[in-house]
Design a protein around this ligand. Structure first.
Ligand code: GMT
Length: 374
């Protein structure tokens, strides 16, 4: 198959999924064309059946805003025609699905469009009346629409109510990049004594991630256990969170690590991962941590409850319930048998439900059925 992929190429979960999926498809012998504003950051290797097409948006004094969407659609149309694409896989309903639909019209070719909803396009933009109808259009005009969780499908029905079936295809990670590995040197490099436990969180520090709940939970855990908190990533809430750590008197044990391209070493030195978001369609970081053997506590928000099976493969708390999160954390960090039991079930479960080959099979089958006209 000849597949075109458009995503945000930066360090977000949707870009990671789009890139990993493209690389998996290329490994299976399909021709893959990334049509993006920059080289996707997780592209690790070049092979002849992966082609990168960069979208350069020109600035003209006549435009008040740079015309990214139109330039992207024009570029996609060019790639459809030059490479005779069979399928376009657009990540995000707006703007990408709509750019794909416009590109198909510009190219005048019946290329099939698969759109994947990742979350923010529905859980944030879907509530914006200036975009809602465009999102609905992008969904309804795609040939197949997938969502990264059942919870996101439910929210899409409530918020957008599109006249379209949506199927869940869960996220996955590249297993080769996230494996259990014990290396005490990584901990020592960060000045963390061997007898300290490590709790980690990775995100883009947006408000929806509720980092304040992580810091409050940490304060409660720290009153009973020797522990450090690693906060990895950067974003709008970062400086406020530094101040909060100071205000709560825990700053000396909170390490703000910043944006990191290689996150696996941080998971590998962690004993616990926290994701306390109020909105989260899936939580790809959970999978990354879990594959590195780290048991997670997450909130019952969005699709997190589809990734973590409460009290079987990790633990769930209500959004904002830092008391429950700290109690669970203290048990996990002090009761080794309990930790090992959850960890064992977690590893079996994720390898069964989220294996990259299994998820790639699902997308490949969707593409093939569209091409075969089923
Ligand atoms: O988490 C973010 O804010 C980044 C965002 C993105 O667009 O990359 O992530 C969304 O897509 C990921 C991949 O499907 C999901 O794992 C994240 O849960 C989802 N984020 C939200 O729903 C907030």
């Amino acid at each position: 198959m000849k597949i075109g992929i458009t995503c945000y190429p930066t360090m977000g979960g949707s870009g990671i999924i789009a890139t990993e999926l493209g690389m998996m498809m290329a490994e299976r012998g399909h021709d893959v064309h990334f049509i993006t504003s920059n080289t996707p950051f997780r592209i690790q290797f070049q092979r002849p059946n992966i082609t990168l097409h960069q979208v350069d948006v020109n600035q003209y004094a006549v435009f008040q805003y740079p015309p990214y969407d139109i330039t992207l659609a024009t570029k996609i149309a060019e790639v459809i025609n030059n490479y005779d694409l069979d399928v376009l896989h657009m990540h995000y309903a707006v703007p990408h699905a709509i750019c794909g639909i416009l590109a198909r019209q510009i190219a005048r070719k019946d290329v099939k469009i698969v759109t994947t909803l990742h979350g923010t396009d529905i859980t944030v933009l879907g509530y914006d009346s200036t975009l809602r109808e465009a999102i609905k259009f992008g969904i309804e005009e795609s040939d197949v629409v997938t969502s990264v969780s059942d919870a996101l499908i439910e929210e899409t029905k409530q918020v957008i109510n599109p006249n379209k079936d949506i199927v869940t295809v869960y996220n996955f990670i590249n297993e080769k990049d996230f494996a259990i590995s014990i290396n005490p040197d990584i901990k020592r490099n960060y000045g963390i004594p061997d007898d300290y436990k490590v709790i980690t969180h990775v995100s883009n520090f947006r408000k929806v991630k509720r980092i304040q709940d992580i810091i409050h939970t940490f304060k409660k855990i720290r009153s009973q256990i020797k522990v450090k908190l690693l906060l990895i990533g950067d974003g709008p809430e970062l400086s406020k969170m530094r101040q909060l750590a100071k205000k709560l008197g825990v700053a000396e044990d909170v390490l703000f690590i910043g944006k990191q391209e290689q996150v696996a070493p941080f998971y590998q030195m962690s004993d616990l991962f926290l994701l306390m978001s109020e909105k989260e369609s899936f939580g790809l970081v959970l999978l990354e941590a879990m594959y590195c053997g780290v048991v997670c506590i997450g909130t019952r928000a969005g699709g997190i409850g589809e990734v973590i099976r409460h009290n079987e493969t990790g633990l769930l708390v209500d959004v904002g319930d830092t008391e429950a999160a700290s109690q669970y954390a203290i048990r996990l960090l002090t009761d080794e048998e309990y930790y090992k039991d959850l960890q064992l079930h977690m590893l079996v479960d994720i390898k069964k439900r989220f294996a990259s080959a299994h998820i790639t099979d699902q997308y490949e089958q969707l593409y093939q059925e569209l091409i075969d006209g089923q």
